[in-house]
Ligand binder design. Structure first.
Ligand SMILES: [Zn+2]
Ligand SMILES: [Zn+2]
Length: 314
């Protein structure tokens, strides 16, 4: 039996989408992902016509796909400007390869590319940090430091570059995993912070996530079909063990009950207003660095202070 794409009825399918039952050919699949991103962007009103948009470009497949799609969408908005922002944490080999891919994509698309390193911003690389903390027992892994310090770096540099928005490549999977992780940690307050569009605040560039309603495997296939060069190696610092378990759990659920990821995401969307009302958050400025903070010291300063207390020479 010959199978044809459900949309165009002409070409052989390259992708089966279990939660919708569609079989799509290459062209129809690419268009469907782009359409989903356009819908997400307009549903959450992510951009205004004259926005200067910073794309957080790690050089991994998700962020490269995001750059390609936003570059496409932006063509319809001549007054909008796009630039890419890469944070070099200082992870030998792994990050070097990613930065190379990021640079290549920016050259190809003729997009301005800004690279900033942990060494410039904090005075140490993630590798140095990882070596220092490896003997300390506790919940903090290199990833927990990296996440906080990278977010700070992105916000600070995007702001200094005059960006109105900071677009990150978080996918539906990332968002669902993070919200479930917050539940497992008993930190319900944080659920309300996982948002497709974060409210902007003083010194805080508004963050937008155009892939928040696109499953990760579709973003990956998009990057692959577009011929995007992305790295196959994974970060040498193991991700949080619990996140890996949550990812596996959600993927198993999705495989047996297609559509579960979307249902979880929508359930959290409905819960968030109640969570927000119960835990209003007040943002002020960090007493040490002046960056946005929800406590007297911002999260990066709290981490850096505790690190420097333990390792004065870091
Ligand atoms: Zn088709
Ligand atoms: Zn601070």
């Amino acid at each position: 039996m010959l199978l044809f794409c459900n949309k165009c009825g002409r070409s052989p399918p390259v992708f089966f989408r279990p939660y919708s039952g569609e079989r799509l050919c290459r062209g129809c699949f690419l268009r469907s992902v782009e359409k989903q991103v356009r819908q997400t962007v307009s549903k959450y009103r992510m951009f205004r016509e004259q926005d200067k948009i910073a794309v957080a470009l790690s050089g991994g497949k998700d962020s490269l796909a995001l750059l390609y799609i936003l570059h496409r969408i932006e063509k319809n908005f001549p007054k909008a400007r796009l630039f890419a922002l890469t944070v070099d944490e200082g992870i030998p080999h792994y990050r070097e390869e990613a930065v190379k891919n990021a640079r290549k994509a920016c050259e190809e698309l003729n997009v301005e590319h800004v690279v900033v390193s942990f060494r410039e911003l904090y005075g140490f690389t993630l590798q140095t940090l990882a070596e220092k903390i490896k003997d300390i027992r506790g919940e903090m892994t290199p990833c927990s430091y990296c996440g906080v310090l990278r977010r700070r770096a992105l916000n600070k540099v995007a702001r200094e570059m005059g960006a109105d928005k900071l677009a990150t490549a978080h996918t539906l999977d990332d968002e669902v995993q993070t919200m479930l992780l917050n539940l497992v940690h008993g930190d319900i307050r944080r659920i309300s912070r996982v948002e497709a569009v974060t409210p902007g605040a003083e010194k805080l560039v508004q963050r937008v996530k155009p892939f928040s309603e696109v499953p990760e495997n579709e973003v990956a296939l998009y990057a692959y079909l577009k011929g995007v060069d992305f790295q196959s190696s994974i970060c040498p610092y193991a991700p949080q063990a619990l996140r890996t378990e949550v990812r596996e759990f959600v993927n198993r659920l999705e495989a047996r009950h297609p559509g579960s990821k979307f249902k979880l995401y929508r359930s959290f969307e409905k819960l968030k207003p109640a969570v927000k009302a119960s835990f209003p958050s007040q943002l002020s400025q960090c007493q040490l660095c002046g960056e946005p903070a929800s406590q007297p010291l911002c999260e990066p300063c709290r981490l850096l202070e505790s690190l420097r207390a333990k390792f004065p020479k870091l």
